[in-house]
Design a protein around this ligand. Sequence first.
Ligand SMILES: Cc1cc2nc3c(=O)[nH]c(=O)nc-3n(C[C@H](O)[C@H](O)[C@H](O)COP(=O)(O)OP(=O)(O)OC[C@H]3O[C@@H](n4cnc5c(N)ncnc54)[C@H](O)[C@@H]3O)c2cc1C
Length: 401
Amino acid sequence: MPYDPTPRVIEIIERIDAFMEEVGAPLEERLYEGITFADLEPDLAEARREVQRRGLWNPHLPEDLGGLGLPLMEFVHVAERLGRSPIGPYLFNFQAPDVGNQELLAEFGTDAQKERFLAPLLRGEIRSCFTMTEPERAGSNPTWLQTTAVRDGAQFVLDGRKWFASSADGAAFAVAMVVTDPEAQRHRRASMILVPTDTPGYRLVRNLRVMGDEGSGWMSHGEVVYEDCRVPVENLLGPQGAGFALAQARLGPGRIHHCMRWIGICERAFEMMVERLVTREIAPGESLGTKQILRGYVAECRANIDAARLYVLDTAHKVDTVGAKAARVQVSAIKFFVANVLDDVLDKALQVHGGAGMLDDLPIAFWYRHERAARIYDGADEVHKSYVGRKVLEAWAKGAR
Ligand SMILES: Cc1cc2nc3c(=O)[nH]c(=O)nc-3n(C[C@H](O)[C@H](O)[C@H](O)COP(=O)(O)OP(=O)(O)OC[C@H]3O[C@@H](n4cnc5c(N)ncnc54)[C@H](O)[C@@H]3O)c2cc1C
């Protein structure tokens, strides 16, 4: 197969699997027994130290940042593997939104910002959040934000309300996307500013209840208010007015990571579905898998997951060879394509489990609740489809055949 994992990646995946079987799976099981993420955190912290001892920490990062130094084409296979467990990314310090914030700080941070914010993030001592979306303005148009940061001497003063700030509960700092230049051209209005969460005027209002689940700690989505929240001008991340450009840079590799993590979820849900079909009897000696309509589900899911994986691998190959900019349309295409495959596979896996599929005893219900959002965050389906459609038509008009 093209894009098969290299021997080095196969060896890493074997070590990840061994760790997950030995340490990760029993911790994951406790989530289904009803323990909150926050209550599980001390044990997760110990497990994260074990990942560090085993030399598997920060698998997504280059070696000079303490990572495994894998090119994207190799790392994507690791991302798929980590995606198989809801706590897999967190255990290896590959969790959103920290990964995006790490990449931002590594590329655009000053030395002082790197020392204060990036270094403890890489060591896994703190967590962070990213506050861009606002309740009052359509998140699909990030050039139209209304939270402001006004310069007052040596400080920026932030005012506004954000929501869906993933993992804000317990975060040590927030990256705030705020309007610094209201009169500028629309892609130059906003900037990113680093806000320690103990700054007066920063307030986590609540954890949002997502399909009945309020969550806690890293597994939560917060509503955050900035009220006369003052930070030094040195906390500006990148140039003033570059917020939109930074947001684009943050999302590029993130979308490929998300897609491979989703394929990991698909693969595990598919295995559970197949196991169910061969073991559940509908009558003595007659398994559910003898039903033609259910065999059709298996066939569709198998084909869709394989197609999705190959499409993402091909996109990662393009990013590695021709660059992220040239691969941008394809990155948009995999974002909506894989999110929909995930939606469909989870729905079918839940369906063949019958009533049991609805229970929190299995990861399927957890994923069903939380991963529906895959079609909304980092660009809703319709936004990506509009972009891909427009680019295809533009290229055609210019003579592409
Ligand atoms: C689980 C989860 C985690 C998130 N994490 C974060 C986070 O950490 N930080 C953060 O800042 N934000 C986060 N978000 C917010 C997310 O980025 C926004 O929800 C997303 O950008 C959509 O914005 P919106 O919710 O305001 O919907 P709107 O922009 O109001 O859009 C609503 C719907 O309209 C349709 N639509 C929108 N634009 C178009 C268009 N151009 N053409 C056709 N149809 C369109 C789509 O169907 C869309 O779903 C998260 C969201 C979720 C659900």
